[in-house]
Design a protein around this ligand. Structure first.
Ligand code: DNO
Length: 363
């Protein structure tokens, strides 16, 4: 297993690589290049600049997050081929730079959504929260403004300015879309990029939709076991896999996360491990990582991940996910240092205990 942390380069993160390196047992970061416009190639030079910064700090960069997919690909427009070509070049360049996993999403229009990026909790910390009725009452413009206004000046992944200006028109566009049309555009994308991913030895790992239910009439993709089954069958290659995000999938009470981990084990290339406190059927706040802090059984989840052979088949990249803001930290919402560091060490503790208690049946 390799524990890593998400990090945003070139001055766009309050957390430094030197700080990350001092978190016990952290081996590297999940890097990103949010300044490259969606749809453009990540050149070998761009990637080399990012990688050399990370390596110089004594960390690895074997995982990349958020090579975002141009909306024309999701919409299936004739212009998609140009953007798919760029995506293939990016995958090839990432593979050549030693990147082994690419975490991306196929959510229409926007990445994750929250109604509050800094909800005060009783212990004096703040956390991101989602109240469904509030989100549906807000039009997308208002959400975008609220997300930007609460982000303390940091860019939020998936909420890049060039996407926001087109948001209302894009949402309108998808109203006539069926789920089948969306699957078919996804298959077209996968069939084009997966052979390149195999050639470059980069495992593609799609991130679940967050939240995992319909919003603004947009199609949904990765929300539950049934849809993950469909997704994996669109292209059967082991290079077509998933990022298992417990916080995203876990707010849907019908999702049995340990059962899903056991079923999809061989196709899970990256794990985002975090807890959530469910406050209603579609309302939640992002709690601290331990089981007792939220609604998910983190022990059961990590045990199922361990027993699925996560780090036996392949490297087993894990990162703690969004943390609360604690100890007065001011950082990009969800991506401060302290609570994520606590999360990392908690997950490492579970991992060690599960291993020592028996771990793999064939050990
Ligand atoms: C949220 C992250 C996501 C993820 C993207 C991948 O915290 O897990 O932003 O990186 O969906 O494209």
């Amino acid at each position: 297993m390799k524990m890593i942390l998400r990090w945003f380069p070139f001055g766009d993160d309050s957390v430094t690589l030197d700080q990350i390196r001092q978190i016990p047992e952290i081996t590297g970061v999940a890097g990103c290049l949010p300044k490259i416009p969606v749809g453009e190639e990540w050149t070998a030079e761009d990637i080399a600049a990012l990688k050399s910064t990370v390596i110089a700090a004594g960390l690895e960069m074997e995982v990349i997050e958020s090579v975002n997919i141009h909306e024309d690909i999701k919409k299936g427009l004739p212009t998609r081929d140009r953007y798919i070509d760029n995506y293939i070049k990016t995958i090839t360049n990432l593979g050549a730079a030693g990147v082994r996993v690419l975490c991306y999403n196929f959510m229409p229009v926007m990445d994750w959504a929250r109604s509050d990026l800094a909800k005060p909790l009783p212990d004096g910390s703040t956390a991101m929260a989602y109240v469904h009725d509030e989100v549906v009452k807000m039009n997308p413009d208002l959400i975008a403004k609220a997300m930007a206004g609460q982000s303390r000046g940091y860019s939020l992944p998936g909420w890049e300015p060039e996407r926001l200006s087109l948001m209302a028109a894009d949402i309108e566009y998808y109203q006539s879309f069926t789920q089948e049309m969306y699957w078919s555009n996804m298959k077209y994308f996968l069939d084009a990029v997966i052979p390149a991913a195999r050639a470059a030895n980069v495992r593609m790992a799609i991130h679940p939709d967050d939240p995992p239910w319909p919003l603004f009439g947009l199609p949904k993709v990765i929300t539950d076991a049934e849809r993950i089954r469909v997704f994996l069958s669109l292209n059967d290659s082991p290079y077509n896999g998933i990022t298992f995000c417990t916080g995203s999938l876990g707010v849907n009470g019908a999702n049995d996360l340990p059962a899903m981990l056991r079923e999809f084990g061989g196709r899970i290339h990256f794990a985002h491990i975090r807890n959530v406190r469910k406050l209603g059927e579609k309302d939640f706040e992002e709690s601290a990582h331990p089981t007792a802090s939220g609604s998910l059984d983190m022990f059961g989840i990590v045990k199922a991940l361990y027993e699925s052979g996560f780090d036996k088949r392949f490297t087993g990249y894990i990162r703690p996910d969004h943390g609360r803001m604690i100890w007065g930290e001011r950082a990009r919402p969800g991506y401060g240092l302290y609570d994520r560091a606590l999360g990392a060490v908690y997950i490492e503790g579970l991992w060690e205990a599960i291993g020592k208690m028996g771990g793999h049946k064939d050990d």
